[in-house]
Design a protein around this ligand. Sequence first.
Ligand code: IMP
Length: 204
Amino acid sequence: MPRFTDYFSEMKLVFATNNQHKLQEIKHLLGDSIELLCLNDFNCTDEIPENQETLEGNASEKSFYIFNKYGLNCFADDTGLEIESLNGEPGVYSARYAGDARSAENNMNLVLEKLSEIKNRNARFRTVISLVIDGQETQFEGVVSGLILEEKRGTTGFGYDPIFKPDESHLSFAEMPMSEKSKISHRGRAVQKLVEYLSQFKTA
Ligand code: IMP
C-alpha cells in the first residue's frame, strides 16, 4: 500500500469537521496541493466521539476514529478558553460550560458572573490539532493570550469572541474582521504549523 508521503499530491486528507467556516479557512491556507475533504464528502454522519478530559485527548480521539474506521488520513481539532483565575476553566468544556442551558450567550454570562469579583482576568484560547498520517500521529498547538473583558463587545465571530481581547489588539475578537482574527488566533496559529508541516511533503 503506498504511503501518504510517497504520493502526497495525489492523496486525500480529511478534516474531521462539517464546519464550513473552518474548512474554508484551512483550504485557503493549504492551497491546491492537497485534496481536502470534510465528513460530508464521504457521507459520514457519525457522531464523532469526544470523551476525553483534555484538548489533546479529544483531538486525538477524533482523528483516530476517522483513520481507524475509514482508513483515511485525517486531522481534527479541539479548542478551549482557559481562564487563569478559574484554574483553566472552561477549557475542554468550553462548548458546554453552562450545562443544559449551553449557548454562546449563557456560556459568556457564566464566565462574566464567575469573574465579577476577580481582578485577574488573564485568559488564553488554545487549539490542538491532531494529524494522523499512515497511522502516525503528530500534534500542533496554537495559543493566543489576552484578557476577559468586563462586558461583551462586538458582533462578529462566535462563541466567547465578544468577551475576549487578545494582547495584540485593543479590540475584542468580536470587534475584528475575520481576516484580522485569523492572523493572530489560536486556530490560525495551529493551522499555520500544520500547513508548514504538510508543505515538507509536497511533491515537485
Ligand atoms: P471547537 O473545539 O472548535 O468546537 O471549540 C469548542 C468551543 O470553544 C466552541 O463551542 C466555542 O465556545 C469555543 N471557541 C472555539 N474557538 C473559538 C473562537 O475562535 N472564538 C470564541 N470561542 C471559541
